[in-house]
Design a protein around this ligand. Structure first.
Ligand code: OAD
Length: 234
């Protein structure tokens, strides 16, 4: 007896800061290399945390408040809708939780999550913050200072190992709102099968981005993503 096995098409999304721009969260490389008026190396490196932990904690405490006040935009909502018809996995470089709050259920955070804290001596000790701050003197159960659960420059990206096999199985790859300037995240696009349909959504098009065989949608995520989702559902 022959069985016809029908599987849902797999859509893999690689999202970056541009995805959340229309929710009011700033991108990294659109404002003269500054992130919320800070050089990223002054706030997003282990060296910065060792030098001035209070500055770094305060910086991320502010980012957390901003994320809590932000709302998912039309692009986040459209991607959540796609799950009704496709097997969707979102691999995001964003530390906000707007994909989840829009309703997406498979979200992998490559660079950590703003609403989690972790021990500064044991990376396996991770704690939900539920919107509260991390302050000097807040410690893990082993007594070490808590830090944001964020991948800083110069640190390994352990989730990349989980992300690669997901991209390798993509039927469709959508890259949204990322300059693809930061590795290893940027290298993920090279793992997509050659037959996969590939889309790149960014208002600046592919200026300075060195990838091939992508359909470019030179629009903001809030316009380009719902339009592409409509096309895929037709
Ligand atoms: P970037 O700031 O490098 O790139 C943001 C991209 O979003 C740019 O290509 C913009 O053109 C695009 N963009 C701006 N507005 C948009 C909109 N409304 N819709 C769609 N796209 C828009 O941010 P990332 O590529 O995400 O790492 O940066 C990667 C990593 O570098 C971040 O995760 C962060 C950073 O340093 C860490 O913090 C570890």
């Amino acid at each position: 007896m022959d069985f016809l096995i029908c599987r849902m098409k797999r859509i893999v999304i690689l999202s970056g800061a541009g995805m959340s721009a229309e929710s009011g969260l700033k991108t990294f490389r659109d404002s003269d290399g500054l992130w919320e008026n800070h050089n990223v190396y002054d706030v997003a490196t282990p060296e910065a945390f060792a030098r001035d932990p209070e500055l770094v904690l305060n910086f991320y405490n502010e980012r957390r408040l901003q994320v809590l006040e932000a709302e998912p935009n039309k692009a986040h909502l459209a991607l959540a809708d796609l799950e009704k018809h496709f097997h969707v996995t979102i691999i995001t470089q964003n530390i906000d939780n707007l994909h989840e709050r829009a309703g997406s259920t498979r979200v992998l955070h490559l660079h950590g999550e703003i609403d989690l804290a972790r021990s500064s001596i044991d990376a396996s000790l991770i704690y939900p913050l539920n919107g509260s701050q991390i302050n000097i003197g807040d410690t893990c159960e082993k007594g070490s200072q808590l830090r944001p659960h964020i991948v800083w420059f110069g640190e390994p990206v352990p989730m990349i190992e989980e992300a690669i096999p997901i991209v390798e199985l993509a039927d469709i790859l959508m890259v949204i709102g990322t300059s693809l300037a930061v590795y290893p995240a940027a290298g993920l696009v090279n793992y997509a099968p050659h037959f996969a349909d590939k889309f790149y959504i960014d208002p600046n098009g592919m200026d300075g981005v060195n990838i091939h065989n992508f359909n470019v949608i030179a629009k903001k995520a809030g316009d380009g993503v719902p339009e592409l989702v409509m096309r895929l559902l037709e």
